[in-house]
Design a binder for this molecule. Structure first.
Ligand code: BTN
Length: 284
């Protein structure tokens, strides 16, 4: 990968600006620094290698060269889609899931709120981080990591080590090499398409129809969702709540509806949660 090939491949997409790095700490950190210097909407940071990549809940997401896609996109909420902030965080997952399903024919699903799975194994993770000025969200950084080659799975496994959530990578699922630039192009095209429809019922329906473990018994380990508009809160700073139940679907704001044993349907906001099927908890 290099800046020229990247620019050529993405030339038909209305991105704000593109920066490529052979080696970087974290594309999310680079995007944050760029935003503070005035990055435009849809500014994209791509790195071949991340030495301090981050996942949710303070976990690390190391990206070794040639293994993965690691990129971050700066999104400034328009007045209209500011009303749909929780959906902004789902944009990445929906875009990756649709790309894998429609462009690569893979049975991708979304582990709520925004991991992407293939056959119950994690293939991509999304870290969305908001920049606030008072109670106004200035920008959202959508950081997306997709496991492409075998060498990506070591890092994904490290990331998930505490959860024992199995990982996979695209080249194993497809049994052929994957062009990472083409994949990036396709994911960004889907993301731009969904962003235009973020307030539509179709957005929610598609997200809901993509949910992994629907109708299955799952365990949700959650920090108390005091994050603004459902954006991630620091799990470490809050006592975790553990709930078990059946996934029923999504509420209009993207919260997860979980039917617990008493029959009551709980609504969980997309704060910092960890979700897994109960059958997997035997691995803990
Ligand atoms: C998770 O599954 O916990 C989220 C992983 C997000 C990883 C991506 S890779 C690009 C971007 N830069 C980072 O430092 N993290 C995200």
């Amino acid at each position: 990968m290099d800046q020229n090939r990247l620019l050529q491949t993405l030339a038909d997409l209305p991105l704000g600006a593109v920066r490529y790095f052979d080696r970087l700490g974290s594309t999310n950190d680079e995007a944050a620094a760029w935003i503070s210097q005035g990055a435009p909407d849809l500014a994209l940071v791509v790195a071949e290698e991340q030495t301090a990549g981050r996942g949710r809940a303070g976990r690390s997401w190391i990206t070794v060269p040639g293994s993965s896609l690691a990129f971050s996109l700066a999104l400034y909420p328009t007045e209209r889609n500011a009303l749909f902030l929780p959906r902004l965080t789902a944009l990445g997952a929906l875009a990756v899931k649709d790309t894998l399903q429609y462009d690569y024919g893979l049975p991708a699903q979304i582990k709520w709120p925004n991991d992407v799975l293939i056959r119950r194994r994690k293939v991509a993770g999304i870290l969305s981080e908001a920049q606030w000025t008072g109670d106004q969200m200035g920008a959202l950084i959508l950081g997306i990591g997709i496991n492409v080659a075998a060498s990506s799975v070591g890092s994904a496994l490290r990331l998930e080590g505490d959860l024992r959530f199995p990982a996979t990578y695209l080249e194993a699922e497809l049994e052929r090499p994957v062009d990472r630039l083409e994949l990036l192009h396709n994911v960004l095209a889907e993301l731009l398409r969904w962003r235009r429809k973020i307030s539509s019922p179709e957005f929610l329906q598609s997200w809901e129809a993509s949910l992994a473990f629907r109708g299955e018994r799952v365990m949700v380990i959650s920090g108390q969702s005091t994050g603004k508009d459902g954006l991630p809160v620091d799990l470490e700073s809050q006592p975790p709540t553990i709930l078990e139940g059946l996934i029923v679907g999504l509420a209009p704001d993207g919260s997860l509806k979980l039917r617990i044993d008493s029959g009551e349907v709980m609504t969980l906001r997309a704060g910092e949660v960890r979700l897994r099927p109960v059958e997997m908890t035997a691995l803990r």
